[in-house]
Design a protein around this ligand. Structure first.
Ligand SMILES: Cc1cc2nc3c(=O)[nH]c(=O)nc-3n(C[C@H](O)[C@H](O)[C@H](O)COP(=O)(O)OP(=O)(O)OC[C@H]3O[C@@H](n4cnc5c(N)ncnc54)[C@H](O)[C@@H]3O)c2cc1C
Length: 417
């Protein structure tokens, strides 16, 4: 695949930078084969705020619903780094598809190699192997998973335990609670719900966090509320209400209590949406070049000769290059127990990509001008979609800044008292 407008870097260069090979390149080529249809359909999904079912039919047919399922379980075995490049390219073609695909993939990415590296008892390892085999079989068969963790509390930010509870009963758990912004609501076959194990006479603790797949058909699960947001409209992120929902033991996606260990020791797991929004940023930049060069169909007037346009494009390119640079570095550093600097860089990467994405879209509209923001063109959608990246918990732009500033000024445990 060539990036014909010379924006940085080509897929080959990104693959090389992350030490990946032909398999990843082939995946990116497959995304680029599907992509033009995604870009065409994006107008309709955005206008109707409807889920991109046709795109998922294409992704399913290409085997992408098993992208991060390990090969020994019948999947394509893409690791974190490969996934990040795939997500970036999907985001380039359709932000909504990449944003929702991220939620699906988290259910395999978070439960495979990532868990294998953590401290687990032998019994937990064996149980997990058997349970994830079931979920992976479903993904290989084409099942779609969502990942609702947000709750309109401080839980999704990692500050307090999830208010959604899982009470142990014979053969499984009974879930009670409410999840807001459940992307893929009504489209997913399973909802990977983060919740807190209810332990009698014990105060709820984050250590008791569970990750449980609730079937869409489970009795007591309902989807409520409207969905008419600013951007990423095709994600259809409505509210899930869980009332007395029974989930069998094998619904567990992670061994009990392991999620918090994963979150602390593998922080890059929360950086995956940066890839999606880097793709949106790339799309806005490339659109701007075509627009100013008079290459957009129906917009033949060239505007590239004006110095102000050249400066705006240069500013956009600098932001894009900076975002790519920190993205490639942070993705390469993703691992178990990264250093403090690597943790900080992951937060800085998330912040940079999400904020630069919105900045590049803002500059794109200003410099292309009035006609560029018509609904017949994709730029105004990129602009609206781009605003959503900074709002994504647990690593919103504000939380990233908060943690970066505090982490730089205070050593662990240090106070001003
Ligand atoms: C298009 C879209 C799709 C989404 N899809 C999903 C999904 O599939 N699954 C899912 O679980 N969620 C999803 N979300 C939800 C998202 O991750 C956030 O949970 C949601 O945007 C939070 O909104 P809120 O108003 O409840 O934020 P609040 O928690 O009220 O926070 C408001 C702002 O305050 C700041 N803030 C919050 N807590 C802290 C803190 N402790 N320290 C410093 N600052 C803080 C943050 O900057 C935050 O943006 C989606 C959101 C959008 C917009």
């Amino acid at each position: 695949m060539s990036r014909n407008l010379d924006a940085a870097p080509s897929s080959q260069a990104a693959v090389r930078a992350l030490g990946l090979g032909e398999e990843t390149l082939r995946l990116l080529e497959q995304v680029d084969e599907m992509g033009p249809s995604f870009a065409e359909r994006a107008f309709r999904y955005d206008a109707d705020a409807s889920f991109p079912f046709e795109n998922y039919d294409d992704l399913r047919a290409a085997g992408f619903l098993k992208l991060c399922v390990p090969k020994r379980h019948g999947g394509l075995g893409a690791d974190y780094r490969s996934y990040m490049l795939v997500s970036q390219r999907l985001g380039f073609w359709c932000g909504t598809t990449a944003n929702t695909f991220n939620m699906h993939v988290a259910n395999s990415l978070w439960t495979s190699d990532l868990v294998d590296g953590l401290d687990l008892l032998r019994r937990q390892r064996e149980e997990h192997e058997a349970r994830r085999a079931l979920h992976y079989r479903r993904m290989v068969a084409g099942a779609l998973y969502a990942q609702p963790f947000s709750e309109a509390s401080s839980a999704a930010a990692g500050v307090s335990p999830f208010g959604t509870t899982a009470k142990p009963v014979d053969g499984g758990f009974v879930l009670e609670g409410r999840k807001i912004f459940a992307s893929l609501s009504g489209a997913a076959d399973y909802y990977g719900v983060l919740c807190t194990e209810a332990k009698s006479r014990k105060k709820a603790s984050r250590r008791d966090t569970m990750f449980v797949a609730v079937p869409a058909t489970a009795e007591g699960l309902t989807i409520v509320g409207d969905w008419d947001p600013l951007g990423m409209r095709g994600t259809v992120s409505r509210t899930l209400v869980l009332k007395n929902v029974f989930v069998p033991d094998d619904g567990q996606l992670m061994p009990r209590g392991i999620y918090v260990q994963a979150a602390m020791r593998w922080p890059h797991m929360f950086m995956t949406l940066a890839a999606t929004y880097l793709g949106v940023m790339q799309a806005a930049y490339e659109f701007t070049l075509r627009y100013l060069r008079g290459e957009i169909p129906g917009m033949p007037v060239k505007r590239r000769m004006y110095p102000t346009k050249q400066i705006a494009v240069a500013e956009m390119l600098v932001k894009l290059e900076l975002a790519w640079a920190i993205f490639l570095r942070a993705v390469a550093e993703a691992k178990l127990d990264p250093s403090e600097d690597e943790r900080a860089r992951a937060l800085a990467c998330q912040f940079t990509v999400m904020e630069h994405c919105n900045e590049v879209c803002r500059l794109a509209i200003r410099t292309c001008g009035g006609q560029s923001m018509l609904k017949s063109l994709p730029l105004e959608r990129y602009y609206r979609d781009s605003r959503c990246g900074s709002l994504m918990l647990p690593w919103t732009a504000e939380i990233c800044m908060d943690r970066l500033g505090r982490g730089a000024l205070y050593r662990p445990g240090e106070t001003d008292a």
